[in-house]
Design a protein around this ligand. Structure first.
Ligand code: ZN
Length: 416
């Protein structure tokens, strides 16, 4: 096992760890450890909410989640010799749930998928499913099953939802300015267009006093992907992947967390992955001056790993940029086209006895492939959603016999 450079006791909040992590992006959050180029090391992670979600059968905790707390990140880890303009080479050697532990913290042999309420976070289909729902998953080695989604078992593509380098202070100011301009376009929107810095519940690592207060006031929220990587939620960012992160500050300052046992492309319920705490092992190196050499200035590039489940057959749903509820045509809108593909899939799975919420949870968490299939054929963008047929323990393909309808239970709901 590589040396643990960031350790987590899963019985305690991230705030109460011997060395706490952080939940905002800021260049001045102090490094918690330094490693040399060529080093291999382990980071342990809390689940992204700092374990606000329980292994139970109500979705009240999802409905009432405090979104000023996530994402709880481990780090930053400094890399000796890293300077702005370099590329930080990060190999994901291994990752998984909390080893050899069962318990109340997500990642201790279980995980969860949540549909966030429209009034508190929202999601890709929030206009159709405005309330909170949840599914709990049990881990069986590489596979997951859920008492809230009977008849389904799949192999997870385990990956970190979120890893990145620290922004420079100029870049942080740019983020805050441009995101505020977006918020100003519709400041009262529910859910909001973006999230401005928020001092409440900000955690600034080992910073104290005035520095911690400044980080809380200025630090960027961790929800979106940005130029430092961040919450990219790329499900193929799995074991064996090599990521090339732009370096924006001295020491690079690598941080992350939000480990996922599995996720569908788009993570459509917002908390759509199977969320967990756990561990991740890295190898790091540097390409000096790599950003200029390769023209990589705004976002990372990466080489996916070779370890993925071998699903060979898919039932594929298609969507176009037409809002069928109002029969309105939109111009090459890939977001709408992907939403329609998801809605078409939900409608299909309802015929087999699943509720719409169960189907929505499944599309967020299972290893489904989302693709932009056509983006030039005016006026309709065309997106497709590939669902592995082998996940189901019954026949899912259409035939003259009709769908195998059964009582398939229900996911966790909110109480009144
Ligand atoms: Zn996540």
């Amino acid at each position: 096992m590589p040396e643990v450079v960031f350790s987590v006791d899963q019985s305690k909040s991230m705030r109460d760890q011997d060395v706490p992590g952080h939940n905002r992006w800021h260049p001045d959050i102090p490094n918690v450890a330094m490693v040399k180029p060529g080093a291999e090391f382990r980071m342990e992670c809390r689940d992204w909410t700092d374990c606000q979600i329980g292994n139970n059968d109500t979705a009240d905790d999802v409905r009432d989640i405090d979104l000023t707390i996530p994402h709880m990140l481990s780090g930053p880890i400094g890399v000796e010799g890293a300077e702005p303009g370099d590329l930080l080479v990060v190999d994901i050697l291994d990752l998984g749930p909390v080893p050899q532990q069962t318990g109340d913290a997500a990642g201790q042999n279980w995980g969860y998928t949540g549909i966030f309420a429209k009034a508190n976070g929202g999601g890709f289909l929030t206009d159709y499913y405005p309330d909170a729902y949840k599914a709990i998953w049990d881990f069986h080695g590489q596979q997951a099953t859920s008492r809230h989604l009977p008849g389904i078992r799949f192999t997870g593509i385990t990956h970190p939802g979120l890893f990145g380098t620290a922004p420079s202070s100029e870049m942080l100011a740019q983020w805050n300015t441009r995101e505020q301009a977006l918020i100003d376009a519709d400041p009262n929107r529910v859910p909001p267009l973006a999230l401005p810095p928020e001092g409440t519940n900000a955690l600034a690592g080992t910073a104290t006093g005035d520095l911690a207060a400044r980080i809380a006031a200025e630090g960027a929220r961790t929800v979106p992907a940005r130029e430092n990587g961040g919450n990219q939620d790329i499900k193929n960012f799995t074991r064996g992947s090599r990521v090339f992160f732009p370096v924006h500050v001295k020491d690079a300052k690598l941080s992350g967390g939000d480990l996922h046992f599995s996720q569908g492309d788009g993570e459509i319920t917002f908390c759509g992955a199977i969320e967990m705490g756990g561990f991740i092992d890295f190898h790091v190196d540097l390409i000096k001056g790599g950003m200029e050499k390769y023209g990589i200035s705004t976002n990372p590039v990466f080489i996916p790993g070779n370890v993925e489940p071998r699903y060979t057959e898919f039932l594929t749903f298609i969507g176009i940029s037409v809002d069928h509820d109002t029969d309105t045509n939109y111009y090459l809108d890939a977001t709408l086209a992907y939403r329609r593909a998801c809605l078409n899939a939900v409608e299909y799975f309802k015929r087999f006895g699943y509720s719409g919420e169960q189907a929505y949870l499944l599309l967020g968490s299972a290893p489904v492939e989302g693709r932009i299939s056509g983006i030039v054929d005016v006026p309709n963008a065309c997106c497709s959603l590939y669902v592995p047929t082998a996940m189901f323990d019954f026949e899912i393909r259409p035939s003259a016999a009709g769908p195998a309808t059964a009582d398939r239970g229900q996911c966790a709901l909110t109480t009144i």
